[in-house]
Design a protein around this ligand. Structure first.
Ligand SMILES: Cc1cc2nc3c(=O)[nH]c(=O)nc-3n(C[C@H](O)[C@H](O)[C@H](O)COP(=O)(O)O)c2cc1C
Ligand code: SF4
Length: 653
């Protein structure tokens, strides 16, 4: 029997057999084109291969003339999507998973410039302009029928392509939730006011799909149980709506939040400041009132023990997993085989979802990347013949941080003989700071699973308390040396750096420095801000001084938004400010308005960045034929770059 009997219990819905209770959340594929490309097929089939019961393709539009909001979103009213869609569905079926696809219409959030000829933007109520500056027409019943028919036609096409299931996107601020939410729906006719009226159009869509597609299609309805802003949908309203949905759809899928207000995106893609499973209690309330439909829940789930307990406690019937699918698509198989400790955990850094938030980033990259899964977005590489090594080599890795561990694992899995040396007494010592910060525990869990993988990888020897020196290189005589020796602090030319109250931010864990009560942090990048927030939560009086106009601009957008709101509650910040000098009892600055200020402090931390150390190892070039610099040693950066450079090193030897 599985150690997760509820998670791996099969489920029968209509004529379909679902092998377990795990559904991959709708995740749009990367590639920047509105088609199911080879990359999309690889991505979704990788989810299926990993062992989930249902794979859900990301949002697909149903009506190009009125519903378009993303240039890269496929639209199912265009049959040219069919060949790629059919191949994607086939690739999912190959691994025994059901294929589902999310259907959506943007309503009043459609973008006029993307609509096809004769298009116009419409919603539950007229608006002078929407967020794109397009006028919005109030929908009459003809328009509602047109959209309901478009959903039905799209579902029919999906079924033709082989989909076993469709997911109606009834949440996140798109057309259906616009009708359900008082933020958008101010109608006084039979489509506004009480929940029965607000639900009339959403239920029309559900009925139309069932009429068109018949009984052999599973219908799932994704909703935002609460929108999280004043005037938005509340859980009490959703409970009433769920009673109306019960039996009309097969699965009610519980999410949260709305794009109506991007601040709530921190709940839609739950950040590290939310407990994992932040929608579970809402889902349980919905399950308590539904008799015929199954209930599933999404939001920050990444641990099979946790998922098992949600199901065992009867809170939901299924779990839906988004980012963890990218962090380690193989996690269900690992859990089933009793190897849950090998699952590489999503750290909720928000890198994947933040790549398109202009102007926080200057361009939308159109590429999905994952900080902890360096092969994400390039799954096809794992099966390419040319990536098998021509000759097995002896590899010495200097440094046991994420990049060194990833390089060692990848090289060893490909058959090379690897020695991984770490100068401290444990791996990933440079990230020890995370252990002390309550909202960084995801990183601690990720590093733990990396370490388990290092220990279990054949051909990989770990040597702790071992610094790689010229002498060691000569003794071992590796064919390839991978330098993953980390970065060193940048110390800005500020008078008073030698004051006894001054420390580098890394001294908090490297030298076990204890902060006093009044703390000034010089440098408001991500590291300084997160450490500042953590100290403030410990009760310290924290000020952050940053020379740029905004704090933590190096953070991924969704994390950044939430971090800023947390900082504003507990930390004093001075942006566009210049530090003049550090003195015995504080820091003198010139603030954004040009005023001189003295910030009292008993502890000053420098957090002005790190720099790569590769030039320190110039002499190593003469000792070994091949040397590859990875991680911070090559260029000080984030876990994403550390993992990718480590992976690339391991893959190219
Ligand atoms: C890269 C990315 C793409 C996503 N694309 C979609 C999408 O197309 N439609 C949708 O409803 N949600 C989308 N989501 C949201 C997920 O379905 C899910 O609700 C969210 O990530 C929270 O679940 P998680 O905490 O398990 O990641 C996306 C999320 C990510 C990270
Ligand atoms: S990029 Fe970050 S948030 Fe996204 S899946 Fe990977 S670890 Fe999770």
């Amino acid at each position: 029997m599985s150690i997760y009997p509820h998670l791996f219990a099969p489920l029968h819905i209509r004529n379909f057999y679902i092998k377990n209770r795990i559904e991959s959340a709708p995740i749009s594929h990367s590639g920047g084109v509105p088609f199911y490309t080879r990359e999309a097929q690889e991505m979704y089939s990788t989810f299926a291969k990993g062992g989930v019961g249902i794979v859900t393709l990301g949002e697909a539009g149903v009506h190009s003339q009125t519903g378009h909001a993303h240039p890269t979103m496929p639209h199912l009213d265009d049959t040219t999507v069919l060949p790629g869609l059919i191949q994607t569905v086939d690739a999912i079926h190959k691994w025994g998973a059901l294929a589902s696809i999310e259907l959506t219409h943007s309503g009043n959030r459609a973008k006029g410039s993307l609509l096809t000829e004769g298009g116009f933007v419409m919603g539950p109520c007229a608006m002078e302009t929407n967020l794109y500056g397009d006028p919005v027409v109030e929908m009459d019943e003809d328009m509602m029928n047109m959209v309901a028919d478009a959903f039905a036609e799209a579902a029919y096409l999906a079924k033709f392509a082989g989909c076993d299931m469709i997911n109606i996107h009834g949440g996140h601020g798109w057309i259906i939730s616009q009708f359900l939410s008082d933020l958008d729906n101010h109608r006084t006719d039979q489509y506004g006011g009480c929940i029965e009226n607000k639900a009339r159009f959403p239920l029309m869509i559900v009925d139309r799909i069932r009429e068109k597609c018949g009984n052999d299609l599973i219908i799932e309805f994704r909703l935002s149980a609460e929108e999280g802003i004043p005037g938005g949908i509340t859980i009490d309203e959703t409970v009433e709506f769920a009673k109306l949905l019960d039996g009309k759809v097969d699965i009610i899928h519980v999410s949260a939040a709305t794009f109506h207000e991007t601040a709530t995106a921190s709940r839609m893609f739950p950040t590290v400041f939310y407990p994992r499973g932040c929608n579970v209690e809402n889902a349980a309330k919905i399950k308590a009132v539904t008799k015929k439909s199954y209930v599933s829940v999404v939001g920050g789930l990444n641990d099979p023990d946790h998922m098992e307990s949600i199901l065992a406690d009867g809170k939901t019937d299924m779990v839906v997993v988004g980012r963890q699918m990218m962090a380690d698509p193989n996690w269900p198989n690992k859990a089933k085989k009793g190897k849950a400790d090998e699952i590489i955990k999503c750290i909720r850094c928000e890198t994947c979802i933040s790549a398109g938030f202009i102007p926080h980033v200057p361009f939308s990259s159109g590429v999905l990347r994952c900080s902890v899964n360096p092969s994400w977005g390039r799954e096809y590489e794992n099966t390419r013949k040319e990536d098998k090594p021509e000759q097995l080599k002896k590899v010495l890795v200097a440094g046991g941080g994420p990049s060194g561990m990833e390089a060692a694992i990848t090289a060893a899995r490909r058959g090379h003989n690897v020695i991984l040396c770490e100068k401290s007494d444990h791996l990933a010592a440079n990230l020890d700071y995370a252990k002390q910060i309550s909202f960084k525990q995801d990183i601690v869990a990720f590093l733990k699973s990396m370490e388990v993988n290092v220990r279990r990888t054949p051909n990989l020897e770990v040597r702790l308390n071992t610094e790689v020196t010229e002498e060691l290189i000569q003794i071992e005589g590796p064919d390839v040396l991978i330098a993953a020796c980390g970065a060193e602090p940048i110390l800005p030319p500020i008078p008073g750096l030698d004051q006894p109250i001054v420390h580098h931010i890394t001294d908090l864990y490297k030298k076990n420095v204890k902060a006093g009560q009044k703390v000034v942090i010089i440098g408001g990048g991500l590291a300084g801000c997160e450490e500042g927030l953590s100290l403030a939560w410990e009760g310290k009086d924290v000020s952050i001084v940053e020379m740029k106009p905004e704090l933590a601009k190096d953070a991924p957008y969704i994390h950044w938004k939430h971090l800023l709101s947390k900082l504003s509650e507990s930390v004093t910040s001075y942006c566009s400010a210049k530090v003049q000098a550090i003195e015995a009892e504080g820091v003198r600055i010139v603030d954004a308005g040009g005023n001189e200020r003295k910030l009292e402090a008993d502890t000053v931390f420098i957090a002005t960045g790190m720099r790569a150390t590769s030039e320190r190892y110039d002499t190593w070039h003469d000792l070994v034929e091949d040397i590859i610099f990875v991680g911070d040693c090559r260029r000080s950066s984030k876990i994403l770059d550390a993992m990718r450079t480590g992976y690339c090193a391991g893959m190219t030897i």
